[in-house]
Design a protein around this ligand. Structure first.
Ligand code: ZN
Length: 135
């Protein structure tokens, strides 16, 4: 009972939600968790996760002149929490394989290996990889 009240309080404050792994709401918190859990903490800690309006994509990854990655979610789409987390993993693979993106191959071999590795670790199924063939 005390725990339920505590969680409800956190939800009211907008700080945390009682998701299965006890993670706090907030895409940066998920980024940090996924970085530890699936990327051996090799992705940069410093990343800006933001929201901007763009109607042609759900999300995208970019790198600014200072070398900081930005993972941007479009406000044109209302994604459910699960879909947003899967999209975050997709973008994190772009961070990991940024050299490939810089060469002009956004969803190339390295990105696919990253995604298949995540799949093999149980993050999601392969349909989220194969849908990008040819893009
Ligand atoms: Zn992509």
């Amino acid at each position: 009972m005390k725990l339920k009240l505590y969680i409800a309080g956190l939800i009211l404050l907008g700080l945390c939600v009682p998701v299965p792994a006890q993670r706090c709401l907030g895409l940066k918190a998920w980024y940090d968790d996924y970085n530890k859990e699936y990327f051996s903490h090799k992705l940069p800690d410093q990343v800006i996760i933001e929201r901007l309006y763009r109607k042609d994509v759900l999300a995208w990854t970019s790198k600014d002149e200072a070398g900081t990655f930005h993972i941007t979610f479009s406000t044109a789409f209302k994604l459910g929490e699960r879909h947003e987390h899967l999209t975050l993993l997709h973008e994190m693979c772009h961070v990991k394989t940024w050299d490939e993106v810089a060469d002009g191959t956004e969803h190339g071999r390295k990105w696919k290996i990253c995604m298949y590795t995540l799949r093999s670790e149980g993050a999601f199924d392969s349909s989220l990889i194969e849908a990008y063939d040819g893009h």
